[in-house]
Design a protein around this ligand. Structure first.
Ligand SMILES: [Zn+2]
Length: 392
């Protein structure tokens, strides 16, 4: 992000400068316009100078002036429209690109270029239906289709029209060879959620199946499938779906666990739940499966056993949530708290060592010791002590 913000003038102006350079070069052959050429070159280099000195506003003013001198050249007008849009004058950009797209003397490539620019103006102005029309026309014209399709996917996402988003993602995949399965699976899951909340379980299941077809390891499809099974009273199937989802990406375990444990609760299959949680402890470094096991232990063997187990586990995976649970168990146990205090001291020391205590508020660099100059972005005085620990 920082990088993009820093360098956007280059992305905008280097192509523009190239166009202006071309305009100037083209005019070089016309001897009677030598004076204007030299004026343009001077302006061009002044603009370039502003850019190199990171004064984009001054450069924009200058390039606007140059572009207005050359009203007939297609490239200059497209660039001028881009500048208007860049400065937030979207209406002006739209008017300019509209007029340009309607010019009868355009080649196919130019027509496509003008329409692309117009579509992007509409996107920027939030006129999604108009952008949709333009990009659909463009997608028919083939050549620039991938870019138009990308915009169409973005538009249909914003409009939450998932069927059309899916159709265009497929077209994009065919046009570019870039795999879109993960994205399509999310769109199908959006459809599944919609059908589910409308009470149409069959349609929701069909969408889940299509999501799996698009992305066989979709965690989200597994979670929706688990919900559908649970709602249909099919607890065992729900457990299978949710466990499969967790195995596909254990990092989503905290999202999956509440529903999974609810289903285990209904079956009364404690050993099955324990086996799965122990398996997850191996693949997931967070505290969620340990806390679930602690609660089961508390119910089966009492507070003391749960407290000892949690205290032991937290030495390997220090966590603030774990510490809170350990304190609760110690209070509930009502016994001597000295053993717990020793555990808490050990765990807290580890948390302090593992987590950065200072962060640069310019670039986000984290450090364990203080630096007056940020080692990452080299800014002075931006690395400050962190006020709170977000430790899971
Ligand atoms: Zn920094």
């Amino acid at each position: 992000m920082d990088l993009l913000e820093q360098w956007w003038p280059l992305f905008v102006f280097v192509p523009l400068a190239a166009v202006l350079g071309w305009v100037i070069g083209r005019r070089g052959g016309e001897h009677h316009r030598d004076r204007q050429v030299s004026k343009l070159s001077t302006t061009y280099f002044r603009g370039l100078n502003y850019l190199l000195n990171e004064q984009p506003d001054k450069a924009i003013e200058l390039f606007l002036h140059v572009a207005e001198l050359d009203k007939d050249t297609f490239e200059t007008q497209v660039a001028l429209g881009h500048l208007f849009r860049r400065r937030g004058e979207v209406d002006r950009a739209i008017r300019l690109h509209q007029a340009l797209a309607q010019r009868p003397d355009l080649s196919d490539t130019q027509k496509i270029q003008a329409l692309s620019a117009l579509g992007e103006d509409y996107m920027r102005a939030g006129l999604l239906d108009r952008a949709e029309t333009v990009f659909n026309d463009l997608a028919q014209l083939d050549q620039r289709a991938p870019q138009a399709l990308r915009h169409l996917i973005a538009i249909y996402q914003a409009e939450r029209d998932w069927e059309k988003a899916i159709a265009n993602a497929r077209r994009y995949e065919q046009a570019t060879g870039e795999p879109m399965g993960r994205l399509i699976a999310h769109f199908e899951c959006e459809l599944a959620d919609r059908h589910r909340s409308n009470g149409d379980a069959a349609a929701a299941r069909a969408a889940v199946a299509r999501a799996y077809a698009a992305d066989p390891v979709s965690v989200r499809a597994g979670i929706i499938e688990g919900r559908l099974d649970a709602e249909a009273g099919n607890t065992q199937a729900a457990i299978r779906a949710l466990e499969r989802a967790a195995r596909h990406d254990p990092e989503f375990l905290p999202v999956i666990l509440p529903l999974l444990l609810e289903n285990y609760e209904q079956t009364g299959d404690r050993s099955g739940a324990r086996a799965f949680l122990s398996e997850m402890c191996e693949h997931y470094r967070g505290i969620a499966p340990v806390l679930a096991l602690t609660r089961m232990l508390e119910a089966e063997e009492g507070v003391g056993a749960a407290r000892r187990y949690l205290g032991q586990q937290l030495k390997d995976r220090p966590s603030v949530r774990g510490e809170a649970a350990l304190i609760d168990l110690t209070l509930a146990e009502g016994a001597d708290a000295r053993a717990t205090l020793h555990d808490l001291k050990h765990i807290t020391d580890q948390l302090l060592v593992r987590n950065p205590s200072y962060r640069c508020n310019r670039c986000g660099f984290g450090a364990r010791s203080h630096h007056w100059q940020c080692p990452s972005c080299k800014e002075w005085g931006t690395v400050k002590p962190l006020l709170n620990y977000a430790v899971v």
